[in-house]
Every structure is written in structure tokens, then in C-alpha cells.
Design a protein around this ligand. Structure first.
Ligand code: ARG
Length: 377
């Protein structure tokens, strides 16, 4: 096989390589079908299904999941997400099967519909929208944004950045494709979609698809003047959903936020909105020495503001103490079900008051299971 590829001209060799990469691994397929039937004994017909899958993989290089397999696979991919502390509700994931959507416009419309349904006026529903998989015949579509909702980051001539420094590259890509930002700190970026075939499409998200929460503090009226805000729904859009040897490169999914993601990272990290000094100054803290713990104090007030604002706005959000306890409940349930629940300590422990949460004081199984959400090249 290898000599055959290298005898081709470079371009053809790449094309063949891509087709081979998109061919389903039959062992993965079989392992998944067995898992599905082990956990869904009422489904029945495993032997016939295994025979059909084997035949399809031999003929077409791939097979097609039933809706039940897809729903189960997506839920288990969440269950297997080692970095996610919020897995207690993995069974409630809503799976939108949109495998028939082929155009870039169709993908864009589905992303907008996903956001509207998942946002639900603030009562956020964990949701995944599954678009066509990679097949030997053609690659699936892709979303170039790493989340459906991202704030622009504009680089000034002097090197300083307005907005979210994390998204400078994405912002520059959008600008290169003709988007013009308003140079604000919280400008929502357009989606950039690469369809299976043809040119990429750029599309602005309609305002009603993007719920945002302006941040206020329960005790400090000046907090509002900082002009901080965040969006309600974190929807990751650049990870592949991998089920039974099939890769769905376009499967945006969301849960709801835990406050620290915004208050202790997005708005606090020095490589992000870097707001600790600003908050400390307004609090009147002594920032001349680290030993006053002004950073820690500012972090707490910022996180109080995030949790309070989302609650006031009626938008689902969890705090890190509650979520840590829920995660231990999840671990116990998984153990009861006779499964291992792998987890990555460095992601599970919250970035604020780690040792004050129970998830800090133990170790976890670190193996990697599939189905899974994965980052491919
Ligand atoms: N940490 C990411 C962010 O701040 C979101 C990751 C997913 N979070 C979640 N709660 N489902 O945007």
C-alpha cells in the first residue's frame, strides 16, 4: 500500500491518504456496536447489526449509525470527557441529528438553531448538533471557530489588544474574509464554515441567537462601570465527535457555564481580559506587595459578580463548590454501574479555591475511552 501511494504524484498521494484516513476502522466499529448493545439490551439484534456493519465497511469503507446509536454515542462521548466536571447529566444530552445537511448555509442555519434551542431564554439545555461525518467519499464540513460564540480580539499598532486576546487569529481570519469589526471589547465574531466541497462561508450570528449577561456586583455599584459581560452558552465547535470509528468533524456541543470559567479564567487570565488589577484598584486594595493577596481578593469579587449576574438574569450557571460535589456523585454512580470514570485532575480541580472543593483531595483514573470528543489536527 505504501509503495503504491508514494508512486503517485504528490497531490494524488495526499488525496489517497485522505481517503484512507476517512475509512472506518472495523474493530472500532465492532467495539462500539457491542458497547451500544451491552448498555441498551432492549435494542436487540446485535448479531445482524454487526454483520451489516461489517458488510458496509467492506463495501463503502464506512457505515451509518442509527439515530439510537448516534444519540448513545454522543452521550457516552460526554461521559468520557476527562476534562469535564459537569458529567453528572450526561444522559440528558439532547442530540440533534442533522447528518443530512450538506451546504455551508445549512450548517450555519443549524448552528443558529442550535444556539436558540440550547439557550432557551436562559434555561440552558446541554445539546449537540451532529452534521455529516467524514467518509471515504468526502470529508464532512468543519467550523473554524473554536466556539460558536467568540469575542473578537483586535491588535493595535503598539501591540496592545482590544477584546479577547485568545481570538486575535480568528478575528484576523474573519477580517481577511471581509468582516469588519466595530473595535469593541465584546464584538461577537462571525462563524466561518468550511463545507465538504467548495469555498468557506462566513456568517454573522443574529442577535437573538446570542444571549449575553452584563456583569454587576451585589454590593459594589461601580462594578457595572467596568463594562464587563459574557455570553450565556459555551458551545465548542472545533472538536470531532468520534463514535465507533466514524469521525464527525462538525458536531458543536454545549453545556452551561461554571462561574469560574468566566470569573477565574476568561476575565482574569493575564493572556485574556486581565481584569484583576482593574478590580483591585476599584476595591481600593493595596497592590504594592503580593502579600496583601489583592489578586486573590479581586478574584473572589469578580467571581461573586459573575454568579450573581447570571442568577439575576435567569441564566443557568453553576458554582464550583456545588459542581465538585455533583462530580463526586457522578463518580460514585459510574462505579455502581461497573464502569471506570476517567478524569484529568488538572482540569477537574477548579481554578479558584481548589483545595476547598472535594475534587482536589483525590486522584483519578486517567485512561482515554471512546466514543469521545477529540481535537484532530
Ligand atoms: N472554558 C470554556 C469557556 O470559558 C468553555 C468550556 C466548556 N464549558 C462548559 N461549561 N461546558 O468558554
Amino acid at each position: 500500500m505504501r509503495t503504491w501511494i508514494t508512486n503517485l504524484r504528490p497531490f494524488d498521494a495526499l488525496a489517497v491518504q485522505a481517503v484512507l484516513e476517512r475509512t472506518t476502522d472495523l474493530r472500532e466499529a465492532e467495539r462500539f456496536i457491542r458497547l451500544f448493545h451491552a448498555e441498551n439490551p432492549k435494542a436487540g439484534g446485535m448479531t445482524a447489526r454487526l454483520r451489516d456493519v461489517t458488510r458496509d465497511v467492506a463495501r463503502r469503507g464506512t457505515y451509518t449509525h442509527t439515530y439510537e446509536e448516534l444519540e448513545f454515542g454522543a452521550r457516552v462521548a460526554w461521559r468520557n470527557s476527562n476534562r469535564c466536571i459537569g458529567r453528572l447529566y450526561w444522559r440528558s444530552l439532547k442530540v440533534r441529528d442533522r447528518r443530512q445537511v450538506t451546504t455551508a448555509e445549512g450548517v450555519a442555519l443549524e448552528c443558529v438553531a442550535h444556539l436558540r434551542e440550547a439557550t432557551g431564554n436562559g434555561k440552558i439545555r446541554p445539546t449537540v448538533t451532529v452534521l455529516p461525518p467524514d467518509t471515504p467519499a468526502r470529508p464532512g464540513p468543519r467550523i473554524l471557530n473554536d466556539q460558536l460564540i467568540r469575542y473578537a480580539g483586535y491588535r493595535n499598532r503598539d501591540g496592545s489588544i482590544v477584546g479577547d486576546p485568545r481570538n486575535v487569529e480568528l478575528t484576523e481570519m474573519a477580517k481577511a474574509l471581509g468582516w469588519s469589526g466595530r473595535f469593541g471589547r465584546f464584538d461577537v465574531l462571525p462563524l466561518i464554515i468550511q463545507p465538504s466541497m467548495g469555498d468557506p462561508l462566513m456568517c454573522n450570528l443574529p442577535g437573538d441567537a446570542v444571549l449575553e449577561v452584563p456583569l454587576v456586583h451585589p454590593e459594589y455599584p461601580w462594578f457595572e462601570e467596568l463594562g464587563l459581560r459574557w455570553h450565556a452558552v459555551p458551545a465548542i465547535s472545533d472538536m470531532c465527535l468520534e463514535i465507533g470509528g466514524i469521525c464527525y468533524p462538525c458536531a458543536p456541543f454545549n453545556g452551561w457555564y461554571m462561574g469560574t470559567e468566566i470569573g477565574a479564567r476568561n476575565l482574569a487570565d493575564t493572556g485574556r481580559y486581565d481584569q484583576l488589577e482593574v478590580v483591585a484598584d476599584r476595591l481600593g486594595l493595596d497592590t504594592s506587595t503580593e502579600r496583601t493577596l489583592w489578586r486573590d481578593h479581586a478574584l473572589v469579587e469578580l467571581n461573586v459578580a459573575v454568579l450573581y449576574s447570571f442568577e439575576q438574569a435567569g441564566v443557568t450557571m453553576t458554582d464550583h463548590h456545588t459542581e465538585s460535589r455533583r462530580f463526586l456523585t457522578h463518580l460514585a454512580r459510574e462505579e455502581q454501574a461497573g464502569r471506570v470514570c476517567p478524569a484529568d485532575w488538572s482540569w477537574i480541580v477548579p481554578p479558584l479555591s481548589g483545595s476547598a472543593t472535594p475534587v482536589f483531595h483525590r486522584y483519578y483514573d486517567t485512561r482515554v475511552l471512546t466514543p469521545a470528543f477529540v481535537h484532530h489536527r
